[in-house]
Design a protein around this ligand. Structure first.
Ligand SMILES: *Cc1c(COP(=O)(O)O)cnc(C)c1O
Length: 360
């Protein structure tokens, strides 16, 4: 028997979420962010469903290779750009666009002999201090790029927010002001907003928005889930009950005996663990859905299995379905119990998880 653990990808929800983003960001073009294998949902699968996306944002050239091999024709922006001089030829071959965030990338372009113009986006560090030119060096970087015959004249300008999930936050206000000041005299498309900024920072719309998480129905705004904003989960992770055991009062459950039965009770064993990508950090009390009703994890998550409290599930039987997150159980809630965000959970699915698609 194959393992019961599977991730069902709801293609209709993905399509609906994209439409919802169109409404939320009316007037802006959408660069759908599909890095990390479409946040774990499957890169080609996601891109095929998002046939109306104006562009795709990826983390590396290898993602661009996969998208082109799958017949995807839209614009593709490599969000951290070229990593070495030799990347330029591959960018041309695949018609990819490069973010330019560092002088070394301009050096490689200046030394390149291919005369074809490469499309680029100039990345500005407006305060997150990860990638990008500091405000004082943006103008010089742009002048250098414009002097190169192998760079397309139409240079976009980009920045990224550190804290846009905190609506009204002062750092984001500063980042917006910084960006606007730096690009005030520059032509070219502006792009600032990730998913949370699309929701909470309409003044940062620009000509392009770059949502990732919301496409997959995931919110990173603390205390909320995607549904609160009208976005539906695209991944449902499910498995089944493989054992029900009667355990006596006072007996410990699982590795390191982190949980003790307060009474004689049934413990259910579910075929999922950190070997599938379910987080080991999920604490006792993390909910699962057993036959559509909530039950709690008790004891440590192990590699292949978890244990759940069946005291309120007297009707449970071996083979019953268990949902770990997705439809009817927000991934954001599981992430909160595991000290992380929903993105890390969907990105973490391992190769032994079977992927299924459904149209809903
Ligand atoms: C990941 C990423 C995004 C998308 O962020 P979400 O929070 O998933 O919407 C946008 N822009 C850049 C540069 C990114 O790295």
């Amino acid at each position: 028997m194959s393992r019961a653990t599977c991730a069902t990808i709801h293609l209709g929800a993905l399509r609906d979420n994209f439409q919802r983003l169109r409404e939320r960001a009316a007037g802006a073009r959408i660069m759908a962010v599909v890095k990390a294998d479409g946040y774990g949902h499957g890169l080609e699968r996601v891109a095929r469903v998002l046939g109306d996306a104006d562009a795709f944002g990826v983390a590396c050239i290898a993602d661009g290779q996969r998208l082109r091999a799958a017949g995807i024709r839209q614009r593709i922006v490599v969000l951290s750009g070229i990593d070495e001089a030799a990347d330029i030829a591959e960018m041309h071959r695949l018609h990819l666009e490069s973010t330019i965030h560092h002088e070394s990338q301009i050096d490689w372009l200046a030394a390149d002999r291919d005369p074809r113009p490469l499309r680029v986006w100039l990345k500005i560090d407006s305060g997150m201090h990860r990638l990008g030119f500091p405000p004082s060096r943006v103008s010089a970087a742009r002048t250098r790029l414009l002097a190169l015959p192998n760079v397309d004249r139409d240079i976009g300008v980009m920045t990224h927010f550190a804290n846009s999930d905190v609506f009204g936050d002062a750092q984001t206000l500063q980042q917006i002001a910084c960006f606007e000041q730096v690009v005030a005299d520059m032509p070219g498309a502006r792009t600032l907003s990730n998913s949370a900024a699309v929701l909470g920072w309409p003044q940062a719309r620009g000509q392009w928005v770059r949502p990732g998480g919301l496409l997959y129905g995931i919110s990173v705004v603390a205390g909320t889930n995607g549904l609160d904003f009208g976005f539906h989960p695209v991944m449902t992770l499910s498995s089944k009950l493989v054992a029900i055991n009667r355990i006596a009062k006072g007996e410990p459950i699982g590795y390191a005996a982190t949980w003790t039965c307060p009474q004689d009770m049934d413990i259910g064993v579910v075929q999922i663990g950190y070997g599938d990508g379910y987080p080991r950090s999920a604490e006792s009390g993390t909910p699962v859905l057993l036959n559509g009703r909530r039950a709690s994890i008790v004891g440590r998550v192990s590699m292949d299995l978890i244990t759940v409290d069946l005291r309120e599930h007297g009707d449970a039987r071996v083979g019953d379905p268990v949902v770990l997150w997705g439809k009817h159980l927000p991934i954001e809630e599981i992430a909160a119990h595991a000290g992380t965000i929903g993105y890390e959970l969907t990105c973490g699915m391992t190769r032994r998880v079977r992927f299924l698609e459904d149209q809903g």
